[in-house]
Design a protein around this ligand. Sequence first.
Ligand SMILES: [Zn+2]
Length: 250
Amino acid sequence: MVCMDVIKTSGVVIRRTKVKDNDLMLTIFTKDMGVIRASARGARGFKNKLSAGTALFAYSEFLLYPGKEVYKVNGCELLESFYSLTSNIERLAFATYIADLTGYVIQEEAETERLLSLFLNTFYLFAHWGGELRTVKCVYELKLLEFLGFAPCVTECVACGNEETAFFSPAEGGTLCADCRQELSSGREISESCLSAMRYVLSSEDKKAFAFRLSEVVLEEMESFVSGMISECIDHDFYSLTYLNTILGK
Ligand SMILES: [Zn+2]
């Protein structure tokens, strides 16, 4: 049966909860409807037509009916499974945190096509890339902050506009000159390499934003400033982040 108000959209299953019998409750990060919740009846059943497309982290095209409280999945076609994420505990932990973070900050009906595309690039790297995944996480977090309107100021002193900036303060939302740092007594010294990396990420197109490498020292510095910004702007403790840090030995 084809109903008039059936909605077709693509998205990633970012959370998947088992409900009674063979049913699932899904949280889907969609291309054009933000983050939504949808029920999928019978999807846990072996050979069910919905099972492949409703797996955790599956990127699928969905046919949805609006329900009273949540959408109902009427059909779905798997586009990309990101299956290799589930075969490696570290890759899975990175993906779970990024999915949690995104699901927490993105509302229903947000305009999210650009962010979904960045999210898919990030997931692709988490699933397949042989490089340092902590860099990928930092880039996504910075770009997410930018998407939310919380991008740190990295081109001048956030307090006075001075272009000589050797300090960074997550609480003030960006770089500081020596005078403002002293006056505000906030922030720490930032290296030229770390500042260049943050400027690069915030000024490049999404697809090119991952194309750089950092030394371990500079990466640690960037992680600390970016996670400081995330804590300032998004006041929430993510269990998945604590878990990821445990796996990484932090
Ligand atoms: Zn200043």
